[in-house]
Structure formats: C-alpha cells, structure tokens
Ligand binder design. Structure first.
Ligand code: 16G
Ligand code: ZN
Length: 548
C-alpha cells in the first residue's frame, strides 16, 4: 500500500554505513556526523510513530552537546518535554541498525502492531525539530524531515538553531496548550527573573556586583543569551566565546565540559578575570558551571560545579519553605516534601552539606533520565549532575497548593514575608525549565539567588569545600564486562573487584572510589576522592589498575 511504498522509497535514499553499530545510549545517538544520515532519517520515523502513539507533539534535537564539532547526534523528546521513554530505546536501536529497507519495514510493521499504531493518515503527527550550530546540522535536519515525511500524515516543524532545553521546553509548552515559540520562552524566563529580583530584600537594587562573564562554548548558548539579555535589566552579562569569531571552534578549549573536567582557564579568559564571577555553558546549553580564576600565576581555576548550584538552589528553596512556616499549625494538613537527587560523581562534601541541611539525598545512576525520574517523586525535587546538568521539578499538587496560598495571601500587606516566599517559589517554577536542565534558566536563578542573599561568588563557593577528586578513563575491549549496582557505587561483576576497591579505599582518609562503564564511549571511568589531591590521584590510579 501507499505507506509501504513511501517508506521503501524514502529509506532507499538513506543506506546505513557498513560495519557500524548504533546505540541510542544515555543521551540519544551520537557519532561522527558523516555516518549519521541514515540514523537521523530513521529517528525521524521513530519520532513520527511516537507522536502517533502518544497523540502528542514530539521533539527531535540534532546535537552532540559538548562533543567535538565534527560529531553530531539526535535525541527524541517525549510529550512532557523529557527524554524519550526507555521502553522505546530497544526499538530505536533496532531501527538504527536494520541492514536494509526490507528489514526496516518489517521492524516498523511489527512494532506498530505491538503498540497499536495504525498508519491511516488520519492523525497529524507533529515533530518539532531543532539543531545546534554544528555545520552538519543542516543536512541532518533534512534527513530527519525525510524520515518524518515517510510516515503518512506526519509533519516536521523546523524551529531552526535552538538550545536543547529550548526545544524540550517548546514541546512541553505546546503539549500543555500553551504558546511555545522562542519569544514565549524568552518572555517567560525574563518576566519570572524580574519577579524574583523585585521581591529581593533590596528590591531590584543590586546588593552585589551584577557583572557576570559567560563562556558560550562557541555554541548556540551565546547567541541565545544575548537575545535574552536584551530583555533583562538588573544583570550585566559579558559574553565571551560566542562562536562568532573565525577562530572560534565549538567546544574546543572552552565550555562547561572542558572547564569542569580539566579545571583550567578556558580560552578567552585570563589574568584580567582574577576573582570575577564567571560561568561556562556547554555546546547545546543544557549544562552550566561557574568558576573563579583564583590568581594570575596559574591556569588552574576554582570550579563552582553542579553540586554547588544544587546546594544553592536547595538552600534557597528550603529557606522559602521555612519562611512560609509550613510546619506551623496553619498549614499542617500538607507538608511539601523537598528532595535532592545526585549521582555517585557528586562531591562527598556536597552530599554531606545537603544532609546537614536536613534534606533527603538520593543517588541514581548517571544520565539525566534517571535523575529526572527520581526527582518526580518529590513535591519539590532538585537534581544535578556534578557536570552542571540539572533543574528543579515542582509537582502539580505543590503548585496548586502554592496558588491557593497566593490567593489566601492576596490581601496581606506588601511586605508580608510569607506572601513574598509564595510568590518567589511560583516565580522559580516558571523560571526553571521543568522539561530538562537548562543553562540559561539555571544561570538566571543562580544570579537572582546571589542577589537575594547579597552574596559574591566567593561567599557561595564557601558553602562547603570540595574534597579533592580525580577522574580517569581506562580504555577497554569490552566495557559491558563491568556491571555495577547501588547507583554505580559498587561493582557486582567481575567478582572480587569490589573487595579490591574497598581495600584500596580503606587506605585513605575520607577515601571514596568507584568505577563504571561509560554510557557514551568505549571506556571504563574511575572516580576517586580523598582528603588531599595526591591521595585522590593515587587512589584513582590504583583503582584504575584493577580494571581488565
Ligand atoms: C550524557 C548524559 C549526561 C551524563 C554523561 C555521562 C544526558 C542528557 N546526558 O552526556 O547526563 O553525565 O552522558 O557520560 O543524559 P559517560 O557515561 O560517558 O560518563
Ligand atoms: Zn549538553
């Protein structure tokens, strides 16, 4: 029939490269851009099918985030704006690796039967498409459209060059029946930012230096932050590594991943920036870290990472909850539960700090989908990976409770602290991206909280002192030989390795160490921390020797 011939014809235009195995992985398909056309074409088919299944709009983002510029990738966003459901990942893998058009067609037919997807063209499947600034993005986007159009009745809507979180936000907004253009995104961020700033103790007058220097990683985030800044006052952003210069190469010696892993000054920064407040985005602007150049004599930086952003957010939210005095008799019927979610990479000092604050801390395996899902268990769930990806999730129940409070307090005096705390939390829920971690909205919230507290980056950095840590990677033949448990903190198999790690770790003061197979590369990663840098290095080295 029509659908079959359409699919066969279109897929014959996109043969798969020989000898490559694609895997949907932790964050979608990712590879050298030159071999990705068939994968992106097929991901377009998958997105259309997902839209038909869920009767909702689906997102498709073409990006390889912090990877080098010659790589690219594709990720699917589900109707909520979150990551594609894990239940469809095996189908995604199978589609990407089907050797020819006939087997592709068979896979699609079988899976659609199982999922009750009927190709009669009566449902208009809609896929929002976005890409980062990679030059390969344009032709890959074309391949995505071809994939979408090979399913009868499906349309792709091209949003152009956007950040990953913008695309996820747009999908979420549109599926909630709200306006979801880029301008709507900027308006929501800037108005909620202004709202929090206006509620600050000093009003919108700045109590601390409002100058922030941003490293745009030579990617899409730079351009977007400039558009956003035009709609803001109360914040003075100097953008570097915008990607506009001829020598500017995406993610090369710049950006959040580089800064957090290497802990050295990124390109474009130097001795003139000693002591200033600096921030780095990654290549698709879903990660954010801050840093300080401590002195002109070294290229080392003090990293203010995702754990510290999490701690700042948690401290702020907890403070607002206690201003509202929810433990008091008045609100006794409902006690919102605040929880924080980290991974094994979280610095031990951050976990200790958060527990001392009295918060529930949970660890999940690496990868945003795991942290995000766990955070949904709370009324307010805050999650961050140390690498700077994270956000705050508010439950519907909590938000409607807040709305009720707002109404109750409508006639309270302007300077009612309770009223302000309610308004602040509502503004935070509008500012912070509910779909996925977002460097732009995260940055605005950090800035607003620093103003609220009257803190410099040094005050913030002093919340706790990071334990020295070391990360190593060991190249292995088969990373799947290592199987971990307990949120990747322990090795289950091969037998004996965990005992050996324990024995090594016990030799060090405040020692902690684990190994895990990477979800994105053929390596095993080793993490160690201890009371001194030398000790952390030496622990990491001895644990790395246990691999293979
Ligand atoms: C991906 C993940 C990131 C994780 C990283 C770990 C998403 C959107 N991104 O980039 O969260 O930290 O993989 O990489 O989930 P690894 O498994 O190679 O260490
Ligand atoms: Zn990214």
């Amino acid at each position: 029939d029509k659908q079959k011939s359409l699919l066969l014809k279109a897929s014959s235009q996109f043969p798969i490269p020989p000898g490559v195995k694609f895997s949907y992985g932790t964050a979608g398909f990712r590879a050298d851009a030159l071999i990705l056309e068939s994968t992106v074409f097929r991901a377009g088919i998958l997105a259309a099918m997902r839209s038909m299944k869920t009767r909702s709009m689906i997102g498709m983002m073409i990006t390889a985030s912090h990877n080098k510029i010659s790589d690219n990738g594709v990720k699917i966003a589900d109707p909520s704006g979150g990551m594609l459901t894990q239940q469809w990942e095996p189908f995604a893998d199978a589609l990407a690796n089907a050797p020819d058009s006939d087997s592709l067609l068979r896979l699609i037919t079988d899976f659609s039967k199982k999922e009750n997807i009927v190709f009669d063209g009566t449902f208009r499947a809609e896929i929002l498409l976005g890409r980062d600034t990679r030059p390969s993005g344009e032709s890959l986007l074309e391949a995505a459209k071809q994939g979408i159009h090979s399913i009868v009745g499906s349309v792709g809507i091209d949003m152009g060059v956007v950040t990953t979180p913008q695309l996820h936000w747009m999908v979420r907004a549109r599926n909630k029946g709200m306006k979801g253009s880029e301008l709507d995104y900027f308006e929501q961020l800037s108005s909620s930012f202004r709202c929090i700033m206006d509620l600050n103790p000093g009003g919108s007058v700045n109590s601390v230096d409002n100058k922030l220097i941003v490293d745009g990683s030579n990617g899409v985030g730079g351009e977007k932050i400039e558009s956003l800044t035009k709609m803001l006052d109360g914040l003075n952003i100097e953008l570097r590594n915008s990607g506009a210069g001829v020598m500017d190469i995406l993610n090369e010696g710049v950006g959040a991943d580089f800064v957090q892993k290497e802990k050295v000054v990124p390109d474009g920064f130097g001795s003139n920036d000693v002591g200033k407040r600096c921030a780095s985005l990654d290549g698709d602007a879903d990660r954010l870290v801050y840093f300080i150049v401590p002195s002109a004599d070294t290229n080392k930086i003090d990293i203010v990472d995702g754990d510290k952003i999490l701690s700042l957010f948690a401290l702020f939210v907890k403070e607002q909850l206690s201003i509202m005095n929810i433990k008091g008799s008045e609100y006794n019927s409902y006690q919102p539960c605040l929880g924080v979610v980290q991974t094994a990479y979280a610095n031990g000092a951050s976990t200790h700090y958060l527990k001392e604050l009295g918060l529930a801390v949970t660890l999940t395996p690496t990868g945003v989908k795991h942290l995000h899902r766990k955070s949904e268990d709370y009324d307010i769930g805050i999650y961050f990976e140390a690498n700077g990806h994270g956000t705050i999730l508010f439950s519907e129940k909590f938000l409607s409770w807040l709305e009720d409070k707002r109404e109750e307090l409508a006639s309270a005096p302007e300077d009612s602290q309770q009223k302000k705390a309610v308004l602040r939390l509502l503004a935070v829920s509008n500012l912070i991206n509910q779909a996925v971690g977002d460097a732009l909205s995260g940055l605005l919230l950090v800035e607003a909280i620093l103003q609220y507290k009257g803190w410099s980056i040094h005050d913030w950095n002093a919340l706790y002192q990071d334990l020295p840590s070391r990360q190593l990677k060991v190249i292995v033949k088969d990373r799947t030989a290592i199987i971990t448990t307990n949120a990747e903190t322990e090795v289950l198999s091969p037998m004996g390795i965990q005992e050996a790690i324990n024995a090594e770790t016990a030799k060090y003061l405040q020692g902690r160490s684990f190994m895990r197979p990477s979800g994105t590369e053929d390596v095993v990663r080793v993490y160690a921390e201890a009371s001194t840098q030398d000790a952390a290095d030496s622990l990491a080295n001895s644990v790395a020797k246990l691999v293979d």
